[in-house]
Design a protein around this ligand. Structure first.
Ligand code: ADP
Ligand code: F6P
Length: 333
């Protein structure tokens, strides 16, 4: 018989992302409406180890739906990834025992695939877990959407639009670095929608080939273009050096702008709040049905769930079709 969940713990872990608050609200309200108690775990797995756990009611999550950041705070917890496997396992067991001492028998973890690995290990200690994809990077293979992505891309796009004005006025080249630790999706989406001359992503190292970038810039200038926009993914990096090289080697004034954490703040877009709300309630439904070791994903327009182990083993190439699309429209003919 499926385990009956009486108390759900909810935490946010890893880098924050717009929409995390909307997800916390959805989990809390949906669980309370089913008669399940809710505890908020502060500062992710670190707060769990510190016993930093609060009671959540419908009012606790009032007025957070459109707020960026996470009301539960977030952290990275080095104890869970201690190089000594015995120490890491001991920390995970201790965390599970602390959760149990608070009556938590189900846990919703909102974070990236690193946070899901922590959840997977906690599930082995008698707590049913469900992961939600919360990261601006869109770097989790099992899902077509991660909470925060649309907001981050929208901020990057707005920055490109602003930079285009000043670049055009000065007839400069703008090199714009966007976030994405190992994954080029933010660069691809912001680059295509921002009309970039070139998009540099870590998954295709040849996109960072200097001679190719110069060729694109020179061809576009020869056809009358007054400014250039080069979007660089954080995973490629080196945007300051690239701007200097462009200026020094081809004589076109160039400036680098690293957008950084500005992409992680502010009001979530409607898309993020929608996914956060739908995924949050889906997670509670899963736990209420007795599910364990699952993650919620958005696949082909539907909300689905996978076993965490299966989800973590999945692979997906980035949106190369969008890179190709950009290539075919970014040069004047
Ligand atoms: P994200 O969740 O955004 O991918 P991280 O990779 O930084 O962010 O992971 C967040 C936290 O999840 C880590 O600080 C650690 O506590 C936990 N975690 C990450 N990887 C593992 C792992 N392999 N095993 C157990 N816990 C992990
Ligand atoms: O994973 C999300 C992300 O914003 C990455 O794009 C970036 O590399 C990283 O987090 C930065 O994390 P921190 O919060 O440690 O600066």
């Amino acid at each position: 018989m499926a385990k009956e969940i009486k108390t759900i713990g909810v935490l946010t872990s890893g880098g924050d992302a717009q929409g995390m608050n909307a997800a916390i609200r959805a989990v809390t309200r949906c669980a309370l409406n089913k008669g399940i108690k809710v505890k908020g775990i502060v500062r992710g797995y670190s707060g769990l180890l510190d016993n930093d756990i609060i009671d959540m009611d419908a009012v606790t999550v009032g007025n957070i739906i459109h707020k960026g950041g996470t009301m539960l705070y977030t952290a990275r917890c080095p104890e869970f990834i201690d190089p000594d496997p015995a120490k890491a396992e001991a920390a995970i067991k201790r965390a599970a025992n602390i959760a149990k001492a608070h009556g938590i028998d189900g846990l919703v973890v909102i974070g990236g695939d690193g946070s899901w690995k922590g959840a997977q290990k906690i599930s082995k200690h008698g707590i049913n877990v469900v992961g939600l994809p919360g990261t601006i990077d869109l770097d989790i293979a099992c899902t077509d959407y991660t909470i925060g992505f649309d907001s981050a891309v929208s901020i990057a796009l707005e920055a490109i639009v602003r930079l285009r004005d000043t670049s055009n006025s000065h007839e400069r080249c703008s090199v714009i670095e966007v976030m994405g630790r190992h994954c080029g999706e933010i660069a691809i989406w912001a680059g295509l929608t921002g009309g970039a001359d070139a998009i540099l992503i870590p998954e295709k190292p040849e996109t960072a080939d200097f001679d190719n970038i110069v060729r694109i810039i020179m061809e576009n200038r020869a056809r009358g273009k007054k400014d250039n926009i080069i979007v660089v993914s954080e995973g490629v990096g080196g945007s300051v050096e690239l701007a200097k090289r462009i200026q020094n080697e081809i004589g076109i004034e160039a400036r680098a702008t690293i957008l950084g954490h500005v992409q992680r703040g502010g009001m979530p877009t409607a898309t993020d709040v929608k996914h956060a709300s739908m995924m949050g309630t889906y997670a509670v439904d899963l736990l209420a049905s007795g599910a364990n070791n699952r993650v919620v994903a958005y696949k082909n327009g539907q909300y689905v769930d996978y076993d965490i182990d299966e989800a973590l083993a999945m692979k997906r190439p980035p949106s190369f079709d969008m890179v190709e699309c950009n290539r075919s429209i970014s040069t004047y003919r």
